[in-house]
Design a protein around this ligand. Sequence first.
Ligand SMILES: Cc1cc2nc3c(=O)[nH]c(=O)nc-3n(C[C@H](O)[C@H](O)[C@H](O)COP(=O)(O)OP(=O)(O)OC[C@H]3O[C@@H](n4cnc5c(N)ncnc54)[C@H](O)[C@@H]3O)c2cc1C
Length: 474
Amino acid sequence: MVVGDVTTGTELLIIGAGPGGYVAAIRAGQLGIDTTLVEKDAYGGTCLNHGCIPSKALISATDVAHDAREAEEMGIHADPAVDLAGMVDWKDDVVDQLTGGVEQLCKANDVNLVEGRAEFADENTVRVAHGGEGQGSESIEFEHAVVATGSRPVEVPNFEFDGEHVISSRDALALDSVPDSLVVVGAGYIGMELATVFAKLGTDVTVVEMLEGILPPYEDDVSKVVRDRAEEIGIDFFFGEAASDWEESGDGITVRTENEDGEVSEFGAEKALVAVGRAPVTDTLNLDAVGLETDEDGFLATDDRARTDVESVFAVGDVAGEPMLAHKGMKEGEVAAEVVAGEPSALDYQSVPAAVFTDPEVGTVGMTEDEAEEAGFSPVVGQMPMQASGRALTLGDTGGFTRVVADDDAGFILGAQVVAPEASELIAEFGLAIEMGATLEDVAATIHTHPTLGETVMEAVENAQGKAIHTLNR
Ligand SMILES: Cc1cc2nc3c(=O)[nH]c(=O)nc-3n(C[C@H](O)[C@H](O)[C@H](O)COP(=O)(O)OP(=O)(O)OC[C@H]3O[C@@H](n4cnc5c(N)ncnc54)[C@H](O)[C@@H]3O)c2cc1C
């Protein structure tokens, strides 16, 4: 059907159906708001289609094969064959189930779904160009709008993505054969997660990083556990090296890097995966038309109700700034919808967890010891090494620790850092503790199931109180 130059109206218009946008739409629908959600590509956004879900699906699948190969000590002798195309098909099925679910949930909550690329025409109208030849465009007038257009990978100069020699995380998640060798540019969480996947699939992986370590936002003892394990599974690291250019050579490429002193190094590989960060997608929206400006990095400033400087326009998810994480965007989406409905909702960022799905995983929430000190607390720290956890031993996975940071005076839990199998799950308990204003005493008094990794939460807390049973107290 060709859609002509029609104008429709809606109470709430949402641009982008990633975790920020679709959650805002579903909550708005639940609240009885007349809601229209515009998406140019696929429901679920980066997270469901090219980010969180596909990467975690491939991580789980490669772990099955890798763990089986490494289980000699447990008396298992196996050498599973990996068919990457089959693995990618399975990952695509997982993605399809979730994206289909998002579409159904939107429809079930009476959200009007419009396919096309939206940009602002004036302060209360967007223009939507429908995809495909002759599909035309339409105008939608709105009372409130939510910008939820997400982010795209940052390109390094001289390393434009060509999908063949220089690939993005999105390309890496869709490869149908395992590269023999890979240079990963950037040791942030996306680079490290994918470096781990390919190393476990048998690729010869070299990571080049401009800084002096991996996982820059995390404390040294946290990233060290991940780095040691990454080296054990065969990843080579080169630090203080900035990728400068590349050229084709033989069957692959040569990546050149430069250090601070201008010395050049060369790394040969089949491909280079560039994962140096993500930038907000705000440059394609004609924001001038609605009277909005971004900061110099392209982010939209928002208040604690997810409102931008223009009262009727909200911004959620990656466009609204760090941390660029799906769950942060989802919460902002919920709040934006509730504010439009007149509810007294507000954002509170004191307890936004973050997880890195490396081997082992990293989970953090709230403050580190240094941050707590800077904030004026007298922090007390308690730690439980995984080596002392019965459950970690039964999993054959004893690298890492669970650490809690609390206020020594009042005992309130302020933060936690976990490096462990399932750290992404374990961190949730600390998030709840912070949100509930729980003290060390509250968590220590909570009976934890034995034998579980969750016990390390209780033990770390008891260690902070000087009464841990299964470790020596500090
Ligand atoms: C490899 C990878 C792994 C990741 N892993 C994790 C993880 O484990 N945990 C986590 O929390 N986060 C993870 N992230 C980050 C997460 O994907 C993002 O934080 C999240 O997707 C942001 O949600 P969003 O709704 O802001 O934007 P997006 O998910 O990017 O969605 C934006 C949507 O807007 C649409 N759009 C853009 N412009 C227009 C327009 N003009 N008109 C109509 N539609 C438009 C896009 O097509 C897209 O569908 C990962 C990201 C990557 C790349």
